[in-house]
Design a protein. Structure first.
Length: 174
């Protein structure tokens, strides 16, 4: 969520005599305007025109694609209860240029001690870097465009690989 500079400045002026430590809220507001990179959600929220809704749709489609592919591929290892958690991208604050994207997935495995009935559960987190370049809008366009092939298996902008390939390279399911 982006806080308007005037709101931060007003709070800073009101609290100025409170003897705070470290940087002031006005300094932090100035830092917001000089950021090089922001989260894709922040960028798409500010862009408007349904861009954030497209991001939500992409995440939903990828989760569905993953569920479809899971049983035959990724969900056969020790941590077979895999669930997609979060797709995040760092983008240029001014132009939406992709800097880095990751997709986090988590899995668990549980065992029952047959003698005592005690349960033991272990979990594993995968944070898979996606090989992308271009802009966040190009990513949305490429993966949400009508046509054949699930977004999970489509080539990523600036790459010949897909998110499916990146998950395999990341060790998901091994």
């Amino acid at each position: 969520m982006r806080i308007p500079y005037r709101s931060i400045l007003s709070v800073s002026l009101l609290l100025g005599g409170c003897g705070g430590t470290g940087s002031s809220l006005a300094d932090e507001a100035a830092d917001l305007h000089t950021q090089s990179f922001v989260d894709a959600v922040e960028y798409l929220s500010a862009e408007g025109n349904g861009a954030l809704e497209q991001w939500v749709e992409l995440r939903q489609r990828l989760a569905s694609n993953f569920a479809d592919a899971c049983g035959d591929t990724f969900c056969e290892g020790d941590y077979s209860d895999l669930q997609p958690l979060e797709l995040r991208c760092a983008v240029g604050a001014q132009d939406g240029a992709l800097h880095a994207c990751t997709w986090a997935l988590a899995g668990s495995m549980g065992r029952v001690n047959p003698s005592t009935g005690a349960l033991k559960t272990q979990g594993k987190l995968y944070s898979c870097r996606l090989p992308v370049s271009g802009t966040i809008n190009a990513l949305l366009g490429a993966l949400l465009a009508p046509g054949e092939g699930a977004p999970l298996r489509r080539a990523l902008p600036g790459s010949t690989g897909s998110i499916y390939d990146a998950l395999g390279d990341c060790g998901v399911g091994h």
